[in-house]
Design a protein around this ligand. Structure first.
Ligand SMILES: NC(=O)C1=CN([C@@H]2O[C@H](COP(=O)(O)OP(=O)(O)OC[C@H]3O[C@@H](n4cnc5c(N)ncnc54)[C@H](OP(=O)(O)O)[C@@H]3O)[C@@H](O)[C@H]2O)C=CC1
Ligand SMILES: Nc1nc(=O)c2c([nH]1)NC[C@@H]1CN(c3ccc(C(=O)N[C@@H](CCC(=O)O)C(=O)O)cc3)C=[N+]21
Ligand SMILES: [Mg+2]
Length: 300
């Protein structure tokens, strides 16, 4: 069997184009332009790349992008002051603080200072609690993107056995909660789990967000299962020339795609969906803040 490749790049382009249509409609009807503020503290090169890409795609969707680049030694007070200003700025509908923050800043405190209605990452304790209890709330971008990709394969997720590998607050835990809300039977594994290959062989759906290249092997996968690879790892690629690198996920893609029914590639899988969902969340936040009807995008 050769797995169907779930094309995140194409699906993300569809999502961005439906966001763009609704943005144009809101602008025409109400004169409101959704705005996203991205805050980057320090100069981590990888974060720099993501922030630039987010800003570009925000503008391409017809929204306003506000970027704040603060120095590595910014104090917690300065950062909290900026968030307070953004919370009360009517042109800002979404606020994203790029993680990780430098070690001297308390990310829980900083994230919880964001107005939950503007927390387009869905990391605020209020949004986490609401998603955890099955209430409408802002859903974290990466898990939301994974759910949209799963919807391409399964019209109904009820009763599917799902394994999530990784239990971070930004990917694994919210992913497990969304799958549970969709009535999957959910297992969430992590470094202390002792029998992941065995658990994986029971799963119809495997979502891996561990940050370990080559973690998931073909013999772990039940034939026909769907494999969602969230991992983003930059590894040396001497075959491309000295000092060159390439991006890989957490899945041994070539061998797993011989067994799985469907699989997401890296790059071009979950990553582009994450950014498209950020735009979708910003649009939804704008609609909510202005009491416009919730836009229907790709249905998740
Ligand atoms: N595509 C996208 O849009 C995004 C991709 N990512 C990528 O996804 C990956 C995970 O990100 P994130 O959740 O932030 O990472 P974290 O490092 O915060 O969490 C990793 C999780 O994986 C677990 N883990 C690590 N090694 C193993 C292992 N060998 N077996 C089982 N579990 C393991 C850890 O367990 P423990 O807690 O016990 O240590 C932890 O729960 C990274 O590669 C990151 O770059 C992240 C965000 C968005
Ligand atoms: N507050 C916050 N929210 C985040 O959502 C957040 C964050 N902090 N910190 C870092 C992680 C990581 N992340 C990615 C987004 C897009 C791609 C992406 O578009 N990847 C492309 C490749 C990009 C490349 O070539 O480097 C792809 O997979 O095809 C990857 C990773 C969001 N994160
Ligand atoms: Mg942990």
């Amino acid at each position: 069997m050769t797995a169907q490749i779930i094309d995140g790049k194409a699906l993300a382009a569809d999502l961005r184009s439906s966001v763009k249509d609704v943005v144009a409609q809101i602008k025409a009807e109400h004169g409101v332009i959704p705005g996203l503020a991205v805050v980057l503290v320090g100069n981590d090169p990888a974060s720099e790349v993501y922030v630039r890409s987010k800003g570009k795609q925000t503008v391409e969707a017809g929204m306003n992008s506000f970027e704040y680049r603060l120095s590595e030694d910014t104090s917690e007070e300065e950062l909290l002051n900026l968030i307070t200003r953004l919370n009360s700025d009517p042109e800002v509908h979404g606020i994203l603080v790029q993680l990780p923050l430098p070690a001297h800043l308390d990310s829980k405190l900083v994230i919880n200072a964001i107005d939950p209605h503007k927390d387009v990452d869905g990391f605020h304790t209020t949004n986490v609690g609401m998603v955890g209890t099955g209430q409408d709330a802002i859903v974290p971008c990466t898990p939301r993107g994974c759910m949209m990709m799963l919807a391409q394969i399964y019209p109904d997720l009820r009763g599917k056995t799902a394994l999530v590998i990784g239990h971070s607050n930004i990917v694994g835990k919210p992913m497990g909660r969304l799958l549970l809300n969709a009535d999957c039977t959910v297992i969430v594994a992590h470094k202390s789990s002792t029998n992941i290959p065995e658990l994986a062989r029971m799963a119809d759906i495997v979502v891996v967000a561990a940050g370990v290249p080559g973690l998931v092997k073909a013999e772990w996968i039940k034939p026909g299962a769907t494999v969602i690879d969230v991992g983003i790892n930059r590894i040396p690629a001497p075959e491309r020339g000295e000092g060159k690198t390439r991006l890989v996920g957490d899945v041994c893609f070539d061998e797993v795609s011989e067994v799985a029914g469907a699989i997401t590639p890296v790059p071009g899988g979950v990553g582009p969906m994450t950014i498209a969902c950020l735009l979708a969340n910003t649009l939804s936040a704008c609609c909510h803040l202005h009491s416009f009807p919730e836009p229907t995008l790709l249905g998740v």
